[in-house]
Each structure stands twice: as C-alpha cells, then as structure tokens.
Design a protein around this ligand. Structure first.
Ligand code: KG4
Ligand code: ZN
Length: 340
C-alpha cells in the first residue's frame, strides 16, 4: 500500500511516498531556513506563504522521484496537528483537494506520532513497550510507546522546547539560526564544566522538563559586564559557553529518559526530532542506557527532522486500525497524543 505523506507543520514543506509504512520510495523536503534566518527564528506568517509557494511543486517532486502517479497512490496522509496553524492549513488544504480530486482516503495525522514512528521505519527489531524521547524546535516529550501505537505520556516541557532553547541561546551568542547544529559543533571544542549552568527539575522526581531557566542563565552570564570582558579577551570562550550550556540540557534529558526506562522496565529507548541529531545527546544517552542494559535507537538525520515519510509511515498503521477522515478535516495548533 502506497501512501503520500504531507507535512507543513513548521518551516519545512515536505512530501513523501512510503510503501507499507516502512519502505521510503521518495522523501522530499523544501527548507525555509534562509527565509527565516534574518529574523533569528521562524516567522509564522512567512512560513504559511512559503508553504503555499512550494506545496504543489514538492508533492509533484515526491511523485516524480518515486516514479509513480496518483493512480498508484492508495491514501493521502497529512499532518493536521500540532503546529503553526497557518502553516498546517496549507498542507491540510492541499491534501483534502488531492484526496477529493483523486477519490482517495484521507488521514489527518498528529505530527508527534510521526516523529515517534520514525525509528520504527529503520529498525524492525524495536520491541514494545519502549521509551521515546521526542526533542525538536517545538516539542520535548517523553512517552511510553505501547503495542498498537498507543502512548502513555510520561512528561513534557513546562516552558520552552529543547530545540527552542538551542535556537534562542544561539541568538544571544550572535551565532545564527537554527542554533542546534552551530552550538553542537562549537561545544565539541569547548569545556563542558567551564560554567555551571542550572539543571532545572533534574531532581523533581517526575518526568517534567523546564528549559527556560537555562536559557535565561546563559543570557545573564553573557550580559554581565566583567564576563563580557573575559569573553572579549578570550578567558572564557564561546566554545566553553556552548559546551557548558549543552552539558546542562543534555544531562537533564538523559537522566529523565534513563529513569523512565528503568522504572517502566523498558529495555529499548528511541530518540527522535531535530535535537536527536545532537552528537552529545546521542553519545551520552547511549552510554547511560548501557548501565541499565537498555539500547538506544535514533533514525538518520533526514528522518529525525520534519519530513513527510514519517507521516506516511504512521498513517499506514492508522489505516490498518481503520482511521479515515472526512473532507471536513481541519487543522489544530494543539494536539496531544493521548487523544489518539
Ligand atoms: O524536528 P525539527 O526539524 O522541527 C521541529 O519540529 O521543530 O527540529 C528543529 C530543531 C531546531 O530547534 C534545531 O536547532 C534543532 O532541532 N537541532 C539541533 C541539532 N540539529 C537540529 N539541536 C541540537 N543539536 C543539533 N545537532
Ligand atoms: Zn517536528
């Protein structure tokens, strides 16, 4: 069964053709990074307009690269929640029009479920239940994934998402957007113990996260006049700040994820979302998981970041479970995965 998956939830216009949930035949992504770069973050209105410009071209490219036409497609899946409302509406309108014109079943998909499914597309040995940490520009979510793609949400962020603080800290340091990869690269040349940034909620005894305090600490640290001087004369380097900031974020993410695996007896941990590309997060989670005999999986980068393949993938499972949506399908800015 071939599904066309569409995602326009944030700043990537994405479409893919996937067979039977796992075989990615094409996976096309148009990034809007350049358009948002000068603003240091995603501008929602600009994102919607860029999606409108790109959507038809990207869907046709996905079909062309897969060497198929609409007569070969069995269903159309689209992210309809959560995300930037104007951006989501573009994908939903396109998917509904195509489903109507080609008389195909339509499935509205939760974006986070797509991220969670991404590892399963690559590793067919994944066992259930497993613990999944989704970390991206918009989300920080720890869930227990049960057989049949049912989820128990363990914890989420109380304020900023992990990727969001990477992007904001990068902005404070004048390093550019998006900040994740820039900080990750700089951190490899810095001293992670140079500055003792806070580890919010590390010992809260639950699975909730909070990152805005780390972000504010970095901001104050850089703003203090005498430190600004030390930074200017090279006593404290940008690399040290990046490494110390990253150490704080990753320590909290790893501690809570491993604790969740330990208490639920899950021996499999999956990592997904844009921040799952982070080198320190990958290595430190993998080594901490070893202590409890758990194994860590993460997908290749093109399935970590936003893409249409993960949407087509989880849609295949939902289709088997009987999901079909009407042409009245709407987009929603919010959408938790407990209601799926
Ligand atoms: O999943 P994604 O492409 O889009 C959202 O759904 O948000 O994630 C984008 C986020 C950005 O905040 C970006 O800075 C972050 O992922 N990111 C990273 C790395 N690569 C991308 N964060 C930390 N380290 C990285 N290597
Ligand atoms: Zn995402």
């Amino acid at each position: 069964m071939k599904i066309l998956g569409i995602d326009t939830s944030c700043d990537e216009t994405a479409a893919a053709i996937v067979e039977d949930g796992r075989e990615v035949i094409s996976n096309v992504v148009a990034s809007q990074i350049k358009a948002h770069q000068e603003y240091g973050g995603v501008v929602p209105e600009l994102a919607s307009r860029k999606h409108i410009e790109a959507i038809n071209y990207i869907v046709n490219k996905a079909l062309k690269e897969a060497n198929v036409s609409f007569s070969d497609i069995d269903a159309i899946a689209v992210t309809n929640r959560p995300g930037l409302i104007g951006a989501l509406l573009v994908g939903v309108a396109a998917a509904k029009s195509l489903a109507f014109c080609h008389n195909l079943p339509l499935l509205g998909i939760n974006h986070i479920e797509g991220h969670i499914y991404a590892n399963y597309m690559v590793y067919d040995t994944l066992t259930f239940p497993h613990i999944c940490l989704t970390v991206s520009g918009g989300h920080t979510l720890l869930v227990e994934v049960q057989e049949g793609w049912k989820y128990k949400v363990l914890g989420t962020t109380q304020d900023d998402a992990a990727g969001e603080v990477y992007d904001k800290v990068s902005k404070y340091l004048g390093l550019g957007f998006p900040g994740g990869k820039i900080i990750d690269d700089l951190a490899q040349k810095g001293n992670p113990t140079a500055i003792d940034f806070p580890r919010p909620m590390l010992r809260s005894g639950d699975y909730q996260f909070s990152f805005s305090g780390i972000k504010t600490s970095v901001r104050y640290f850089v703003q203090k006049a005498e430190r600004a001087e030390k930074i200017a004369n090279g006593e404290i380097t940008i690399e040290d700040i990046a490494a110390s900031f990253q150490a704080a974020v990753v320590e909290v993410l790893v501690a809570k994820t491993v604790h969740a695996a330990k208490t639920t007896n899950a021996r499999t941990i999956t990592l997904t979302g844009g921040v799952a590309a982070n080198s320190h997060l990958r290595s430190s989670l993998t080594s901490a998981a070893k202590d409890i005999d758990a194994e860590v999986y993460y997908p290749p980068i093109n399935l970590c970041t936003d893409n249409g393949a993960m949407i087509a993938g989880i849609a295949y499972e939902k289709y088997q479970q009987g999901l079909r949506d009407e042409l009245s399908l709407n987009a929603a800015a919010n959408g938790s995965i407990v209601d799926v």
